[in-house]
Design a protein around this ligand. Sequence first.
Ligand SMILES: Cc1cc2nc3c(=O)[nH]c(=O)nc-3n(C[C@H](O)[C@H](O)[C@H](O)COP(=O)(O)OP(=O)(O)OC[C@H]3O[C@@H](n4cnc5c(N)ncnc54)[C@H](O)[C@@H]3O)c2cc1C
Length: 319
Amino acid sequence: MDELGYTDKDRAIKPAIENDVQEIVKIANANGISFLTPNGGHGAGIGYADISGMVINLSKFYTFSIDVNRNELTVGAGVLIGDLIQPLYDAGLAGPHGNEAFVGMIGATLSGGIGVGRGVLDLGVDSLKFVRLVTAAENMVTASSTSQSELFWAVRGAGANFGIILSATFELQNQINEGNIVQGSSIFAGADNSSVFELYKSFDEDLPDELAITLGLSYNQTREASEIQLTYYYFGPQSEAQPYLDAVQVSNPLTGSISVLTTPQLYQRLENWECTTAYGDEGPAAWWLAANLPKIRLSKALWDPKHLFRVTNPIPDWL
Ligand SMILES: Cc1cc2nc3c(=O)[nH]c(=O)nc-3n(C[C@H](O)[C@H](O)[C@H](O)COP(=O)(O)OP(=O)(O)OC[C@H]3O[C@@H](n4cnc5c(N)ncnc54)[C@H](O)[C@@H]3O)c2cc1C
C-alpha cells in the first residue's frame, strides 16, 4: 500500500498512443505484472471485483472509419457499439455487432459478437478481416487469415488472452431492406407457458436467417402475475415477416405490437436491456470447445508465455 492508501489492485493506466501500449507491456513483462485491458467495461468475466494487476484502459483509442468502396469498417480499441450504429446506417451499410450500445465493439467481438442480426449479418468474429495488436510478448503484429493465421484463429474466440488489439477491421454488407427492421412484441400470461415454449421450440430446426426471437420472463406487479415476452426481429419487409408475427396468435397474447424501425431506432430500443452474452463461468472446454484447447495452449505459449493476460478469462496452466 502506498502513502495515499492505494494497493497494487488499484493501478490503472490510460495509454494515448500505440507506442505507450508497447512501453506498458514491456514494463509489465519485465516485472511479471498481469494486466487487463478493458474498454466498454461490460466484461462478463468473473472476478472484476478482485483484480490483482494493472488495468490498461483503452478508451483513448477512439477512432473508426468506414470505407464505402471496400465495404470495410476499422475500429480502434476505444470504440463502443453505440458509436457505430448511426454512421453505418448513414453509409447504407450494416455490420455484425452486439445489441447493447455501451459494450465495446472489439470486446464483444472477442467473445463472439452476437446480435439480433446474426442470421443475416453474421457473427463479429466471422466478419473480422484483420486485427493489429500488441502481444504480451511485446510484438506489434497484424493478424489475418493469411498473416499470423494461428494467432488470428485464437483471437477470434479466445481473443482477450493473446494481445491488446489496437484496431480491428471488419467486412461490411449492404443494408438489408434499406436498414428497416420489423419488431413484433407480444406478452403472454405465464400460465400459457407451454404453448409459448412450443411455439419457440418450433423454430429449433428452421429459424430463417432473417428472423431472431428473444424470450423474456418477468413478473407484472400490477397484474400480480408472471408474464412471458416474446419479441421477433425480422430483417426484411413486413410482408415476409407477417406469417411469423401472425403465428403468435395461437398462444393468445395479452398484448401485442408491431413496429417497423430504422436500424438506429431498433438499437435505441435494445439499449440497456437486450443482453446476448457469449459465455459465463462454464470453463474453457465449454467456452472454446475441448478439441480446440491444445491449439489454444500452443498459441498461448507462443504469444503470452508469462500469462500476463490472466486477470479474467485466463487460459489456465493445466490446459
Ligand atoms: C449489458 C450487457 C450486454 C451485452 N450484450 C451483448 C451483445 O448483444 N452481444 C454480444 O456479443 N455480447 C454482449 N455482451 C457480452 C460482451 O460482449 C462481453 O462481455 C465483452 O467482453 C464486453 O466487452 P467490453 O469491451 O464492453 O468489456 P470490458 O470489460 O472492457 O472487456 C472485456 C474483456 O475484453 C478484453 N478486451 C476489451 N477490449 C480489448 C482489446 N482491444 N484488446 C484485447 N482485449 C480486450 C478485456 O481485457 C476483458 O477481458 C453483453 C454484456 C453485457 C454486460
